[in-house]
Design a protein around this ligand. Structure first.
Ligand code: SF4
Length: 342
């Protein structure tokens, strides 16, 4: 049925209410959600602990969606880029990244992105549309199904296409499904949301879910950040960092600040000193990501010496500062390079 609702777009509460019209007890909602997220059921006929009549009524009115995997590209470094086709023909990408003893999946929250960060290929596409909660969660379901050991996929990062806080309600719902007891059961310690700095939404986010926060900072002064990230004109650094200070962090957790190092733009030792001062009031660690040039971009990769000097300035000031070379450069899966074909 074309007007069927997607079961994966229901919150558990909404499903309880929806089922009530059939006189089904509230516990049935959790039972159905566990079938699809924990036992991988792709149809109601598999839900053998529901009566046949009930299954038939469900299948007449609900669909259990999946994403169509159009392409999987494998990188020399072990990462894999998945290209998914959405029901309206648009595409999104997810990147599976190998760690020492587990996988991390970088997922998308929008088709394209409206933030227009100067160093980002996705930003050049502009914003096309928000993803539905089901389309966010289905990236995880599809990749998990593709793994020989699905339980090795333990970490999820919202760092793919799009600004997650600009698709707030769908992303919150997707996070609840990722970590929920009747959902995919990821540990909330292992789910990270990365934002370009939509400061006005950070308070809401901290109230709504427990999640790791990463902030794409990329500059230590407003003049440079205005040039790199137009969002900074609305939420300048001071406003962003005061929202970060208010963000409720569980004990011993820190906010990760991502800093794409670009030659001659933000990679001087003075920038590192400024950054160290700026982050002093926060529980912060810093990921330094050397910029990966792509065709038609105006920026260059920093020298190895500039990267190491920048890192040393931060480490001398007692920060954890890790240089993270992007994975999947050879398959266009590096940070900020997703989505050349939405
Ligand atoms: S870096 Fe992130 S927020 Fe900025 S344009 Fe790219 S996808 Fe959007």
């Amino acid at each position: 049925m074309s007007d069927s609702q997607d079961l994966k777009n229901f919150t558990e509460n909404a499903l309880v209410e929806w089922l009530d019209q059939y006189g089904a007890a509230p516990y049935r909602a959790g039972q159905i959600l566990r079938w699809i997220y924990q036992r991988g059921a792709g149809s109601f006929s598999q839900m053998t602990d529901l009566s046949k009549d009930f299954r038939r009524s469900l299948s007449e009115q609900l669909v259990i969606s999946n994403l169509n995997t159009e392409q999987v590209q494998a990188s020399e470094d072990g990462s894999r880029k998945y290209l998914f086709r959405l029901k309206d023909g648009h595409h999104v990408e997810s990147v599976l990244i190998p760690e020492r003893d587990h996988w991390t999946l970088c997922i998308s929250s929008q088709v394209g992105c409206a933030m227009g960060c100067a160093f980002c290929l996705t930003g050049r596409m502009g914003w096309v549309r928000n993803l539905e909660p089901s389309e966010i969660v289905n990236q995880v379901c599809a990749v998990r199904n593709d793994l020989s050991n699905p339980s090795a996929l333990t970490n999820i990062v919202f760092m793919g296409m799009g600004e997650p806080l600009a698709n707030y309600s769908s992303v919150i719902q997707a996070i609840r499904t990722l970590v929920g007891p009747n959902g995919l059961q990821f540990s909330s310690r292992r789910v990270t949301l990365s934002t370009a700095g939509l400061a006005s939404k950070l308070d809401d986010l901290g109230q709504a879910v427990t999640v790791n926060l990463a902030v794409s900072l990329n500059a230590a002064d407003n003049e440079t950040r205005n040039k790199l990230m137009p969002i900074n004109r609305t939420y300048p650094i001071e406003m962003l960092l005061s929202a970060c200070r208010r963000f409720p962090l569980p004990s011993r957790r820190m906010i990760t600040f991502e800093y794409v190092l670009i030659a001659g733009v933000n990679d001087r030792p003075a920038d590192a000193e400024h950054l160290a001062k700026l982050l002093r009031p926060l529980r912060a660690k810093i990921n330094l990501i050397p910029f990966n040039p792509y065709e038609g971009c105006d920026f260059e990769k920093p020298s190895e010496n500039a990267i190491l000097t920048f890192q040393k300035v931060l480490m001398d000031r007692h920060y954890t500062a890790i240089v993270r070379h992007s994975k999947g450069v050879d398959i266009g899966a590096a940070c900020g390079q997703l989505g050349s074909r939405a």
